[in-house]
Design a protein around this ligand. Sequence first.
Ligand code: E4P
Length: 215
Amino acid sequence: MKFFIDTANVDEIKQAAAMGILSGVTTNPSLVAKEGRDFVQVLKEIVEIVDGPISAEVVSLDAEGMVKEALPLADIHKNIVIKIPMTAEGMKAVYQLAQRGIRTNVTLIFSANQALVAARAGASFVSPFIGRLDDISQDGAELIADIAHIFDLHAIDTEIIAASIRHPIHVTQAAKAGAHIATIPFKVIDQIIKHPLTDRGIERFLADWSTLQKQ
Ligand code: E4P
C-alpha cells in the first residue's frame, strides 16, 4: 500500500515528502478552505514537491460544470487528477474526462456498487471513506475489502484510495483489506511513525552510551 497525504497545507506536504514516503496528495474543498489560499497557486506549489497523483476537487454539481472546472486544473500539470463526487452527473464527467485522457478520483464512495460504477465509468481512482462510515457505526475496513475483492475478481485496474483515515488503526486496516493507497492526514502520519517503546529504547541506548563516554 502506498501513502498519499490528505491535506492542502504545503508545509505538511514538504515535511512528509522529505521522509520519502509520499506517492501522492489528495485535497478537498474543506481542506483548501482551511488554508485560505488561492487553490491554483497551492496546486502549483504541490506539483513541485510531490511527483505523483495530486487530486484537485471540482465543486460544480452538473457534468458540464465539472468538466469546465476540470480542464484548466488538468492543464496545470500532468500529475493533476480531477476529484469528482459519486453522482450520476459525476459519472458523466468521469466518462468525458477519461475520453480526453484526464485521470479522475471518484470521491465520497460509501458502497462497493458505487466503486464498481465509478470504475466502469473510467475512474483511475476510487476513494471509499473509512472514517465517515465508522462515524455511523458501519465497518469502513470491510467496505475496502469488498471493493478490493471485486476489483480483483473482475480484473479492474482502478486503484482504491482508502480515505477519511482518522487514526493509526485505520491505516493498518486499509493495508490488510487490500487498499492500493491510503490518503492520510499529517497528524496520523506522525502517529504511525511513533511508538513509545522506540522512544524509550532510544533513551536507554543514549543513557548507556553516555556511561561509556565517562569511562
Ligand atoms: C479524501 O480524499 C478526503 O479528502 C478525506 O479523506 C476526507 O476525510 P474526513 O472524513 O476526515 O473529512
